[in-house]
Ligand binder design. Sequence first.
Ligand code: ASP
Ligand code: MG
Length: 404
Amino acid sequence: MALVVQKYGGTSVANMDRIQNVARRVIKTKQAGHDVIVVLSAMAGETDRLINLAQQAAAEPDLREYDALIATGEQVTVSLMALVLNGLGCKARSYLGFQIRITTDRAYQKARIVNVDTWKIQEELKRGSVLVVAGFQGVDEENNITTLGRGGSDTSAVALAAAMRADICEIYTDVDGVYTTDPHLYDKARRLDRVSYDEMLEMARAGAKVLQPRAVEMAKKYEVPIYVKSSFSDEGGTLVTKEDKEMEKEVVSGVTYDRDQAKVTVINVPDRPGIAARLFTPLAEHNIMVDMIIQNASVDGFTDLTFTVSRKDVKQAAVLVREAADDIGAARVEIDDSVAKVSIIGVGMVSHSGVAAKMFATLAKEGINIEMISTSEIKISCVVKAKYTELAVMVLHDAFELGK
Ligand code: ASP
Ligand code: MG
């Protein structure tokens, strides 16, 4: 007998038929003798709809009210699921974040989980009930409802799995696993049987939408095995787990892209200590995540500094950076939101040379200009014009023979 956490995404609970389908899966797991905690997203499109309402209600919605509103989608699916499960003779109870007590900090829209109370869960499991927990939401110390960022119910699931020391965290979605690249973009994409936490983390950060990056970070930290599966079939699946020798044999295991990138360039920055801190501190204070950063060598005491942020943050980032740029005497700030990031990822890169050169040559052959480059041990990312995204992904996928 195991403790299984199953998370179902929005498409898996998009209507009553699909909710019934999920309920049958849950019951099957229960009947196999396991304890089950189900974590749900809102119905597909619902969170977007709520966000749209918030924007109609106020030009700049108060973040506390915004989170209270967009957290409601999950309340609908968990209560429906509990009703359906009970109707099918399976004891189940729904729980919202505050009822479990999933405590977060107060960074509305992107709150971090700081604690998960387990006694309520244990009590329910002892009674033989299935817990159906609302993903994506928590509560801060002062009982304000918070949300964990788009795709945050993955993180809810992993956090529950970690807190309960579950045997496995199954993430059910509309694809049957993790692919070498987005199969919607390139039909030569191949499903991976296994992928390491680090690769998955880089893939998620670099734009692969299967798992929220924070969920993978947490899974790695607490060594929670994640199994990504389709809720529509029993085939396939990808296990996200600790890295091993087998995995290192492949140089590159995936190509990802991220169109949610905007480039900010600060031109003619006086090159002296404290400048970068002055530019980036206000962004951090406003919880704006900076992705790539490049600073040029200085010429005559001046340098250019370029970085990327999510497109939704670029307006606010521009205001903050322009303020800082004025302060430090930089010439001007330029914004380009027609860029995308394309990355290759693989734990095998550590022990193979020439990977970067091959990537650059592959892009060059297609006449794709590289605007920024960044690397980590297991990832190389290039910022290119957004219109080249598909082409870049396909030629890189071919060059590294990922379809084989
Ligand atoms: N419903 C939330 C969203 O659409 C959370 C999730 O689906 O994971 O982002
Ligand atoms: Mg999702």
